[in-house]
Design a binder for this molecule. Structure first.
Ligand code: IVH
Length: 680
């Protein structure tokens, strides 16, 4: 008996804790206005998590700990909507919207009746229905054909802006049944990040945020969906048992009060002219929003009027989509060229017959990389669909193969850099130029060469380097050593004193150590750590240059990729020239690194906590060591305070915890980038 009572108390305590967490979740994710610190939130979450592990029988499906956890499905089941999800008639000409208003007025029987319109953005995502039974999310489904959709509850549960339990409205008990309708979408900025990540791994990229949202929400494994940055805006209700609404505005307001995210772009107007004006205004601001909208939806506000207007052929007479011009156009690929980026990546770019897309003339579109280009099979001369989302670089979405005439030409990636002629190296899907004097990369290379942990040329700041390259005063890093004072004085904002300081620093930097010099060369895959291994192994630059594959690979921690990169680097004519010039400039080095004080290592990971899980290529201990050397912490378990979880293959429960807590999850490639981004 006593035990029963104790349990009752625990149950109540857990219930209160959940309520608190739901509330703070809402403040954080929906309103973007947290009331408590992350640490405080973590504490609450952890407490709940621990209590639930202790009393597993008290876990409820609406608990904030239960967002992810379901196992992958074989396939989705069908879900029949109790009230069909309608579609919208859509128009794009102003005259057609005016016709809509006239029709509504005529139908409602005359000019005297006042009509108010609610205007909402038409989110370019996917329509969903969420069913709440007694306030708890029970089913989530896609619109499908309006009558029957797919049941994807376990995926929708992972979206942080979809409440697992809704708040009660004005302390009324939750409705026995409430169906909420809205749109799942992917923010444009997140879409860009996701695509970069997929492209970097050689995986298929998404053509636009909508496809990305569709691909993510229909994953059979909810863990994959949980990784994807999806969001949800609610805009309507189906059945709302025990609740009467008199206006659409009231519906939106109710949805907001019970915890849903509502688009901030909604308005209501009595004058139809204002609706038209608002359309123009939103259209002009379209690129500033972080979600794609393809128009506005105009809805008659009064539900009573809506009922009188009714529905014909599955579209309501009381609502209309007033579309914006498409952001997708057909055009022709006149050529495919290759652009070399700052880091040497070669990107194929389609040169297009210029075409206006959503108010901007587009004449180039990215094809990302060779794998993507092959997948889409884009050829010179093809007619293609080009799309522009937000301020994202336009891209070729697909080829209209039926328009081919047989004269189209296939494109091959060059095996030399189109900018400097050096060889290129393939790294997964990315082709990279390895030329040490490649103009496309020169600024970055020289910045690296001069940086603190390389040759440490004090006073040679970014601005100076940029001017030197732009004015063609240097064509590789070693040219720095041949600059004279009168050369430097030609630069903007350069006085005698600064020029002298730079010359002195250059002189000083000529006496360096082997490790620094190797690091300064900027050999692909040879960061600080590998540079120090090479400096230990080889006597001097000459013997490093003459090293064979087997010599390199015999160094523990130097793998085939690194070894090949070193060999290729030293094979280049431009490298040979650079090394000769180093010698001519009088650069000398000592074999041993002497006293690089710990504090000069840039602590770019200061205050950041990392947790590693699963198998990664780099030895775990080494990865932890790097994190610590850069000022970060490597922890063994995940909490809300964890900044990054680095997930390798076969990552386990730590990954689940990270997903649940919303901790940023990165893979090894991103981790490598993170530690390389450090300013040295
Ligand atoms: S209302 C009764 N409101 O547009 C009208 N739909 O063709 C039913 N959509 O499948 C929809 N934003 O995916 C409505 N604010 C909004 C919307 C919206 C986007 C989509 C939805 C639906 C399609 C209608």
């Amino acid at each position: 008996m006593e035990e029963e009572e104790g349990k009752e108390a625990v149950n109540k305590y857990i219930g209160d804790l959940r309520k608190k967490i739901h509330y703070h979740n809402y403040r954080y994710y929906v309103l973007n206005e947290p009331e408590i610190s992350d640490a405080e939130y973590d504490r609450l979450f952890k407490e709940l998590d621990e209590l639930e592990s202790k009393y597993p029988e008290l876990v409820t499906p609406d608990s904030p700990t239960q967002r992810v956890g379901a196992n992958p499905l074989e396939e989705f089941g069908a879900y029949e909507h109790s009230i069909p999800l309608l579609s919208l008639n859509s128009v794009s000409a102003q005259s057609e919207v005016r016709d809509f208003d006239e029709r509504v007025r005529r139908f409602l029987g005359g000019v005297e009746e006042e009509i108010e319109y609610v205007v909402e953005p038409k989110i370019d995502g996917l329509a969903m229905e969420l069913v709440y039974e007694n306030g708890v999310l029970s089913v989530g489904s896609t619109r499908g054909d309006g009558k029957t959709g797919e049941e994807i509850t376990q995926n929708l549960r992972t979206i942080k802006t979809i409440p697992l339990r809704i708040f009660s409205d004005a302390d009324a008990p939750p409705l026995p049944l409430l169906e909420v309708r809205g749109e799942v979408f992917m923010p444009v900025s997140k879409f860009k990040e996701l695509n970069e990540e997929l492209g970097g791994k050689g995986e298929k990229m998404f053509a636009n945020p909508r496809n990305a949202a569709a691909g993510s929400v229909r994953q059979l494994d909810p863990k994959v969906t949980a990784y994807r940055p999806l969001d949800f805006f609610a805009y309507g209700v189906g059945i709302a048992e025990g609740k009467e609404f008199s206006t659409q505005w009231g519906v939106l307001d109710y949805l907001r009060r019970i915890g849903f995210k509502i688009s901030p772009v909604i308005r209501r107007f009595k004058e139809f002219e204002d609706v038209i004006e608002y359309h123009e205004k939103v259209k002009a601001k379209r690129d500033e929003l972080d979600y794609e909208i393809d128009g506005i939806v105009v809805k008659v506000n009064s539900i009573e009027q809506q009922d009188r207007l009714g529905t014909i052929s599955r579209s309501p007479r009381w609502a209309l989509a007033y579309k914006f011009p498409a952001r997708e156009e057909f055009t022709r690929v006149m050529d495919i060229v290759v652009q070399v980026g700052r880091t040497g990546a070669l990107t194929p770019v389609a040169v297009l017959e210029p075409v206006p897309i959503g108010g901007v003339t587009v004449s180039r579109a990215t094809l990302h990389n060779e794998d993507e280009l092959r997948r889409k099979d884009v050829r010179i001369g093809d007619t293609v669909v080009v799309e522009r989302a937000g301020d994202v670089i336009p891209e070729v979405v697909s080829v209209i193969k039926s328009k081919r005439t047989g004269t189209e030409k296939e494109f091959r990636m060059p095996d030399r850099c189109p900018v400097c002629g050096a060889e290129v190296m393939k790294e997964g899907p990315i082709v990279r130029c390895i030329g040490v004097s490649c103009v496309a990369q020169l600024k970055e290379r020289i910045k690296h060469f001069a940086s603190l942990r390389a040759l440490n040329i004090e006073g040679l700041g970014e601005k100076v380097i940029e001017q030197l390259v732009d004015r063609k005063m240097v064509s590789d890093a070693t040219d720095l050593f041949f600059l004279t004072k009168s050369d430097l004085l030609k630069l903007e904002r350069m006085g005698d004193k600064l020029a002298q300081n730079i010359l002195d620093a250059l002189e000083k930097s000529k006496h360096t150590t082997f490790f620094r010099l190797i690091h300064a060369l900027g050999i692909r895959h040879v960061g600080e750590h590998t540079a120090s291994l090479l400096a230990d192994k080889f006597r001097d630059l000459e013997s490093l240059r003459n090293a064979g594959y087997d010599d390199l690979i015999s160094i523990p921690e130097v793998g085939p990729e690194v070894a090949k990169s070193i060999l290729l680097f030293f094979e280049q004519g431009s490298t040979k020239e650079l090394l000769d010039k180093l010698e001519r400039a009088g650069v000398s080095y000592e074999k041993k690194e002497v006293g690089v004080a710990e504090e000069t290592v840039s602590k770019v990971l200061e205050g950041k906590t990392f947790v590693f899980t699963g198998r990664i290529a780099m030895p775990r201990e080494e990865a932890k060591g790097i994190v610590e050397r850069l000022g970060g912490k490597a922890a063994s378990s995940v909490s809300k305070r964890t900044d990054y979880v680095v997930a390798g293959e076969e990552a386990g429960s730590k990954l689940d915890t990270a997903v649940r807590l919303g901790v940023k999850i990165i893979d090894e490639a991103v981790f490598m980038r993170l530690i390389k981004k450090r300013k040295l």
